[in-house]
Structure formats: C-alpha cells, structure tokens
Design a protein around this ligand. Structure first.
Ligand code: UDP
Length: 240
C-alpha cells in the first residue's frame, strides 16, 4: 500500500490515557508525552482535531449505576472532558503548538463555543482544535463525538490511540493466542463486538465511510507514523 500523508486527522485520546500509571485523574507527565507526539504530527504538516474522553475523572454510566440520574451524570462526564481539554491545551502550548479548546456547550469564559466554520479556520491556520464536552448531549460518548466532529470537519480518518497494537480477536492482555487484525470491516467490528469504539460511533463511521485507525499510543513515534500514512495497527474500513 502506498504511503499517503493525511492532511487532516482527528485523534481520539481516552481519558484513561491522561491518568498515566494512576487509575484516576491527570498525570502531567503522561500528558506531556502525548503532547510531544501530537506536536510531531503538527510539525509534519498534518492538521489535527483532538477529542479527549473523560473516563479518568467521571463516566456517566458509572454514576448512573450508582443511582444517579443518567443525563445528570453524563453532563458531569462532559464537564470532565473539558478539564482534560484544558490540561492538554496547557501541555500542547508548552510544547510549541498553537491550540484552541472548543466546547460543545457554551462556557465562553473558559473556551470558545464550537462553531464548525471557526474550527475549520483554526485548523487552516495550523492550530490544534481540541473539541471538548463531547457532542453536548447525554447518552453519547466521546467516541461518537469523534465520529461526528471528524465528519463535519472533513477529517480523512480517526486515529484512535489505545494501549494495544490494534484490534484483536480477543483481549491480548488476557490471552496469549490473541490474533491482531490488519484491517477489519465496520460490520465485523460491530458484529464481533471488537471493542474498537462504541456501536453508535462505528455505525456512523460506516454510513459515511470514515476510516478508523487503531494504534498503540505508547510506542514513541507511532502517532506521526500513522498520520504520515504508514500502515500500523488496525484499520477499520470498507465492507459492503
Ligand atoms: N459524555 C456524554 N455525551 C457525549 C460525550 C461524553 O454524555 O457526547 C459523557 C458520558 O457520561 C461519558 C463521559 O462523558 O461517560 C466521558 O466520556 P467517555 O466515556 O467517552 O470518555 P473515555 O472513555 O474516552 O475516557
């Protein structure tokens, strides 16, 4: 396969990634590592949209499992993604990137409201656009927010940063004989519940032919290699 550098990508980082070795919260060293990776993608001339999860601080589902109203808990989850967004913005700027945090609901003293055309303009100027507060709606996740923003901002792919090398037929952390897929179709990912992203996000990517590239974020240089079109990890695409 020829290497074709992407011109605009959406990078999805889970909240968990920001917690580093800890189970919870924000680890500045972990954030600094990812920021350096993201900065290297930007220096390669690739425009970057960033969506960050909130699972290191709060997940709506866990709140509702403990008896909270689901929508209420989800709003707390969305606020958690804003905190993560601000933490990553700080770190990216220390690493020489120009950035804007945009929120799906207005918090204009803290960050810009998300306006699609404005986001495009920022990207054209080489700024990393950090889309926070998910989709702004409860009952969604930041995976769905990633597909939505990637489509409306015309990103060529979602780069989904994970702890493992790609998508496996079973959990590679638990099973030694787990086999990694090079490519997988959207339908396979959905039917076999391969855990690439949640089903809403995958269905939307499938309906709009948006490739999802799952790669290991802990290997230095991987993010830039993927953004430059090298086939790493697993690509979810195609099918019927
Ligand atoms: N969330 C939401 N709507 C969205 C995006 C996120 O309600 O559009 C809430 C939801 O409660 C979710 C939490 O924010 O659990 C954190 O996001 P997510 O679980 O996707 O984070 P990740 O697992 O990637 O860290």
């Amino acid at each position: 396969m020829d290497k074709v550098r992407f011109s605009r990508v959406l990078i999805k980082l889970s909240g968990e990634a920001l917690a580093g070795e800890q189970e919870f919260g924000i680890d500045p060293e972990a954030i600094d590592r990812f920021s350096k990776e993201i900065a290297s993608v930007v220096s390669a001339g690739v425009q970057v949209v960033l969506v960050i999860g909130g699972g290191n601080i709060f997940r709506g589902l866990s709140g509702s499992a403990k008896g909270m109203d689901r929508a209420q808990a989800d709003y707390m989850g969305m606020l958690a993604t804003v905190m993560n967004g601000l933490a990553v913005q700080d770190s990216l700027e220390k690493n020489g990137c120009d950035t804007r945090v945009m929120t799906a609901f207005t918090m204009k003293e803290v960050a810009e409201p998300y306006i699609r055309r404005r986001a495009v303009r920022h990207l054209e100027k080489g700024r990393v656009v950090i889309c926070s507060a998910g989709t702004g709606n409860p009952y969604f996740t930041t995976d769905s927010a990633s597909t939505l923003r990637a489509l409306e901002l015309k990103c060529e792919a979602i780069l989904k940063a994970t702890k493992v090398d790609g998508v496996y037929d079973k959990d590679p952390v638990k099973f030694d004989d787990a086999v990694k897929y090079d490519t997988v179709t959207y339908l396979e990912a959905l039917e076999k519940r391969l855990g690439v992203m949640d089903s809403t996000a995958i269905s939307m990517a499938r309906d709009n032919n948006l490739p999802i590239i799952v790669f290991n974020m802990f290997k230095k240089g991987n993010m830039k290699r993927v953004a430059e079109g090298e086939h790493l990890g697993t690509t979810v695409q195609g099918g019927d």
